[in-house]
Design a protein around this ligand. Structure first.
Ligand code: AHR
Length: 356
């Protein structure tokens, strides 16, 4: 079990009570007689057998509860299969390590995440794990967490703050590189010429900003490959479908390829393309990011051409960071998760080994 009962943690947060243990024997003379009677009673009825202490009796159970680490996890929502896999990874890792996890789903709203963090601070959690929906606007609440002596571990998405000490570490993929990988694959398949429509992620979110940036960076060297339309599909399948329908209505036959910032939007786009009587993966190439099971199934079916993995299984790394920071260790400011690219040529052979 991840325990906070160690010297380093105490040094970091001197104001906190680490153990619930208290001495029951006091030198109050009036109570000595009562205590003697109590001990005789225990000897008479307990027969000297070792017994499980009742909860709240100041025994092992209470001590364990006092030692258990409590972590608040502010999650963005459940907009995609990727997000669900990330939530599951954090939850199962907390359970494995005996961490008391307080989970909050912000339903895509930054204000809900800020409220959740404030609630975690009021509940005096030991650490906070935050997957921030957007990059900006975190400074005040991160200052509140810091003032309360609660370390914040960022997972998946980064934040823009003037002082990096406001969070302990960031564990995330390199979203710019993911965008570059998708672009390199696509320009080659297009033979250096073609029209692309882009389904962006949530406005202001790190992966939406960086995946666009990385993709456009590569396209600069290919003047005949153009992004003819670009709009947010909010990382959801439903919105991806809706935006793709609008793209098809407006630009129909001019579209050679779709670049979706995540698999869910690509899967929505596939539906829209099929409903328009076209063949996704053949008449319109589709590349996306995440590498979720649904994307592999679509590649095996020939409807999606390529996905760039973005690993959501961040639970083990997140709780390693929690453990280290509570032990007083200084963490690397950023840990980059390594991702790979998969296309239709390998989809069938690797689908069985995918973990999300
Ligand atoms: O921040 C990671 C992104 O957020 C994933 O690509 C997407 O599926 C999720 O919603």
């Amino acid at each position: 079990m991840l325990s906070k009962d160690n010297g380093a943690w105490r040094r970091m947060f001197p104001g906190r009570m680490v153990s619930g243990r208290r001495s029951i024997i006091r030198t109050h003379p009036g109570r000595l007689w009562n205590l003697l009677v109590l001990l005789l009673g225990i000897a008479a009825f307990g027969g000297g057998c070792a017994q499980e202490p009742a909860p709240g009796a100041g025994g092992v159970a209470e001590e364990d509860a006092a030692k258990q680490v409590t972590v608040g996890f502010s999650q963005i929502g459940a907009e995609s299969a990727w997000r669900t896999a990330e939530t599951e990874s954090i939850r199962s890792e907390a359970q494995k390590r005996g961490v008391n996890l307080k989970f909050s789903d912000a339903q895509q709203k930054q204000e809900n995440q800020i409220k959740a963090i404030r609630a975690f601070i009021a509940q005096k959690v030991d650490a906070i794990i935050l997957a921030p929906v957007v990059e900006t606007g975190w400074e005040p609440v991160l200052r509140e967490a810091k003032a309360a002596g609660i370390p914040v571990i960022l997972v998946d998405r980064g934040v823009k703050v003037s002082d990096e000490d406001l969070y302990a570490t960031l564990i995330a993929s390199d979203f710019v590189e993911e965008g570059r990988m998708a672009a390199r694959w696509l320009v080659e398949k297009l033979g250096g010429r073609g029209n692309i429509v882009e389904l962006q992620g949530t406005p202001g979110a790190a992966p939406a900003i960086d995946r666009k940036k990385g993709f456009e960076e590569v396209l600069k060297d290919y003047p005949d490959v153009k992004i003819i339309r670009s709009q947010s599909g909010d990382f959801t399948r439903a919105k991806g479908k809706e935006v793709m329908e609008a793209f098809l209505k407006a630009s129909g036959g001019d579209i050679d390829a779709v670049y979706a910032h995540n698999d869910d939007m690509a899967l929505g786009a596939i539906q829209a393309i099929e409903e328009a009587g076209l063949k996704p993966g053949e008449e319109i190439l589709i590349v996306s990011i995440d590498g979720v099971r649904g994307a592999f199934e679509a590649m095996v079916a020939g409807k999606l051409n390529c996905t760039v993995e973005c690993n959501p299984l961040l639970g083990p790394a997140a709780f390693d960071a929690v453990e280290k920071v509570l032990a007083g260790e200084t963490l690397e400011k950023k840990t980059i998760v390594q991702d790979r690219l998969f296309d239709q040529s390998v989809a069938a052979s690797v689908i069985g080994s995918r973990k999300y």
